[in-house]
Write a protein that binds this ligand. Structure first.
Ligand code: CNA
Length: 351
């Protein structure tokens, strides 16, 4: 299966180094000549995958450009007063609060790892996040898991073990406030820590886009397994009682499709959405990040995050600026500020 180590194959090894399935990083001198040590795929397969990834990237850019043009045209077709009415010119938390006080709102919330950092779970791209090491990037693909299930389990035990008794944050609890007030259409979360559920968001209001650490299955035969066992072990990976292969948590690895529920619900949810609240995400993982483009052009969008991301990177230059509010800072602080404006602080009497 291996290829000879000559200049050409070293060229191919450059491709292996940053291959698309596990993101494993190594120098040509360190890499094996014929196959990737992380995912155990041969180089020809990896080259094909890399070409496929580049093709997909090119296609995504072309689709993205076309989508941006279409949105621009549709925004131009809105009248000045239609645009003004979205936030009545108040592009701030005050404008969002005013919108929430209007009757009959349907709020869709999109969450990322940043809403759980104040609970002690590192985010993905932050300094101590999984993405900061090559091993971390590699571990969250099916190839990476297959190559070293024990390393994967060691990493998640260390970062987000449910046995650490992590508590939901102010932001998680705000979701239940929205639900109790009858305003919550749906929460779409990229997080796998289960804190939305722990905060009291009912299952039918929740879409766990990237799965959950709360359940597990065999990576080979698919038999249901006990997720808690993997977290309680000191080292190694739990094994399937049926076939002996490694057990994996029910999360979506980078090279895997999203759950059916995501595709089934998103169309109707985003069509019904009258306010989109986005928090704690770099908006760099698709198809999740694409949800922002699916709500109506007269639906306001709020991003609460430490930094601008996605369409909020150039909010004033973009055609849809009239409906976007960017609140920069900690998620819990932004949410508390919004709750204060609304008079919905924790412990306050509900109307
Ligand atoms: P990310 O790419 O790490 O982005 C997180 C964003 O949140 C960044 O823009 C940060 O600046 C910002 N941020 C971090 N902490 C705060 C805070 N306290 N207040 C405000 N902003 C903050 O993570 P994404 O979620 O965007 O997407 C990537 C992956 C990571 C998803 O697929 C998740 O499944 C996965 N993940 C989940 C968890 C979890 O379950 N808690 C943890 C780590 C990674």
């Amino acid at each position: 299966m291996g290829l000879a180590t000559n200049e050409a194959s070293l060229g191919l090894l450059q491709v292996v180094i940053q291959h698309p399935m596990n993101g494993a990083a190594s120098t040509p001198a360190e890499a094996s000549p014929g196959w990737c040590e992380v995912c155990l795929k041969d180089m020809q397969t990896l080259v094909a995958l890399e070409e496929h990834r580049r093709g997909k990237k090119h296609l995504r850019k072309a689709v993205g450009d076309r989508k941006a043009r279409l949105i621009h045209e549709r925004v131009q077709a809105l009248s000045e007063s239609e645009r003004h009415n979205v936030l009545r010119g108040e592009r701030s938390l005050l404008g969002i609060a005013t919108r929430l006080r209007r009757g009959g709102q349907r709020v869709v919330v999109l969450l990322g790892a940043g809403v759980s950092t104040s609970a002690g779970i590192p985010d993905y791209r932050g300094g101590s996040g999984v993405y900061s090491t090559a091993a971390g990037r590699g571990a969250f693909s099916s190839g990476g898991f297959k190559a070293d299930p024990a390393a994967f389990w060691a990493l998640i035990r260390q970062t987000c073990s449910p046995l650490r008794r992590v508590e939901p944050t102010v932001t998680h609890r705000f979701l239940t406030t929205l639900h109790r007030r009858g305003l919550l259409q749906r929460v779409y979360t990229q997080n796998v820590d289960g804190l939305e559920r722990a905060a009291g968001v009912p299952d039918d209001k929740l879409v766990c886009c990237h799965g959950s650490l709360g359940s597990a299955r065999c990576s080979s035969c698919g038999a249901a397994a006990d997720a808690a066992e993997g977290f309680s072990m000191r080292a190694g990976a739990p094994c399937c009682v049926a076939c002996g292969q490694a057990v994996r948590p029910d999360i979506v690895f980078f090279d895997e499709p999203l759950p059916q529920r995501f595709h089934e619900l998103k169309g109707a949810d985003l069509a019904a959405c009258t306010l989109l609240v986005v928090a704690g995400t770099s908006l760099s993982v698709y198809p999740f990040a694409g949800l922002l483009d699916e709500c109506s052009l007269t639906t306001p969008r709020l991003l609460i995050n430490r930094e601008a991301s996605g369409p909020f990177l150039r909010p004033d230059a973009a055609a849809h600026a009239y409906r976007d509010v960017l609140w920069l800072g900690e998620c819990d602080a932004g949410v508390s500020c919004l709750a204060r404006i609304l008079g919905w602080e924790e412990g306050a009497e509900e109307e």
